[in-house]
Write a protein that binds this ligand. Sequence first.
Ligand SMILES: [Zn+2]
Length: 469
Amino acid sequence: MNALDITGLNGWLAAQGSGGRIAVKQVVVEEDLFGRLPALLAWQKAAERPVVVVMDHTPMRRGRADAKGEFLRIIGEAGRAQVVRVGTAGEPAHAELAIAEDLARQLPAGCQVISFGSGTVTDLAKHARFLADQNRPESERRTFVCIPTACTVTAFSSALAVLGVAGVKRTIPSQNPDYTWVDLGMLAEAPSPLTRAGVGDLLTRGVAYADWYLSSLLGIDESYSDVPRRLLADHEARLPAMAVALGRGERGAFRTLMEALLLAGYAMSVVGQTTPISGWEHVMSHYLDLCNGARHKPLNLHGLQVAAGTFVATRAYNDFVGGATAAELVAAADVDLGERAGAQIGKHFAAVDPGGEIRAELLRDYLPKAERWRDAATRLRRLAGDWSSGRVQKELAERLMPLERMDAIAIAMDLPRSLREMESLPCPAGAAETVRYCHLVRQRFTLGDLLSALGWLGTRRVDRWLGAD
Ligand SMILES: [Zn+2]
C-alpha cells in the first residue's frame, strides 16, 4: 500500500466494497520540502488569499537553521501571513476544544490554514478549520495544509481530532487535512522520544482490532470491518525492520514511519472512528491523562503510554484466550456493569475529583455502554456455548499482534513494555490502578470491561500483565 497514491488507495477501497474514501487530496513527501515550498504555495495561490499559520513556541532545528524562522521567511515571501502561536513559551498548548474554538474565530473566510507542528498543533488547527467551516457556503470554505514536524501521531491524515472536553479527552469527528506536506529532514531531527512515540502509536493496532472484534461478537458495536486491518497489514509486517532502521538513524526509515502513520490515519477515517487502532490500550492512556492531569502531574507522551498499554493488554488477551472458561463467561453475562461502575467511579475517582463533576461526567458516559452490555448477555451465553470449539479464541488471537513481534519493535526503539515504566504516574500504585479502573473512563467497550465482569481485574492477574518490576 502506497500512502501517497490516494487515487490508487481509493480504487482499492472501492474494490473491497468499503463505503469510506480517503478525502486527503494530496500528500507530498520531500527530503527538502522547504526547497519546494515556494512552488507549492504559488500553486495554492497563497499570494491571493489570507494565510494563517498555526504553531507553538517550541524551538525546532532543521540542519543548522531555526526551522520555524526559515519556514516563516518562505511564507512571508509568498504572501502576507498571520501567525497564531498557541500556548506560551513556558507552558506548551494543550489540545483543548476551547482553544480550537477560539482559533476558529481567527480564521478569515476562504483562508489557507497551515499547521506547523506535531499532534497538538495539528489537531487544534484541524478542528478550528472544521468549526469555522460549519454551515458556511462553498465560497467561504478554508483550505487546510498540515506540515508535521515529528512522526508522533496519526493526526496528519485523519478526519478525527483528539481534544480535551470538560477535563476529559475525547475523539471528535472533524475534517482531514486537504494537503499534507512532509519534510523528511525535519522529521529526522525531531527529538527521539517523539519518533519513539509515533512507533508506539502504531503498535496499538495489535490489540485494538481484537477489542473491536470482541465488541462486534457481543453485538455491542455492529460497525466492525476488516478493511482497515487489510489496509495496514503490509506496513505492520514491515514494522520490526523499520524499527531497527530507525534505531540506526537511517533517513529512509522516517519515510516508512510517516507513511505508516498516514495509513493509520486513513484507516480510521474511512470508517469514521478510531476503533481500528484504539482499544483498551488507548483507554489506559486516557485514564492516565485524566488522573495525572487532575493531580497536576506531567503527562507522558501519548505514543509511549499506548505502547506500554498494548503490552499489558496483549498479555491479558493471551491469558483470557488461553484460560477463560465457558462457566466464567456465563456467570459474567449476569453481572450488572452499570451498578458496578456507579460504585467504582464514586469511590475510585473521589481523590482526584472532590467536587464530583468529573465523576458525574464519567458515569453519564459509561451508562450507555453498561446498557449495551446488558443487551449482550444472550450473545455472551451463546459464545460460551461455542467456547469449547476454540473458534472464537482463534479469531481473537488472529487479530492480536504476536508478542515476539512487539518485543522486537520495542527493543529496537527502546519502548516501554509495562505501564510501570511510565515516568509520570498519578500515584505509586498508578500502573495497577490504570489496568483495574481505566475501562470506567471511556464509552468504548474493550477487553477491560469484559474482564471487570469476569472478576479478572484482581491484583495477582494485573501484576502479572504489568510484568516483573
Ligand atoms: Zn493514539
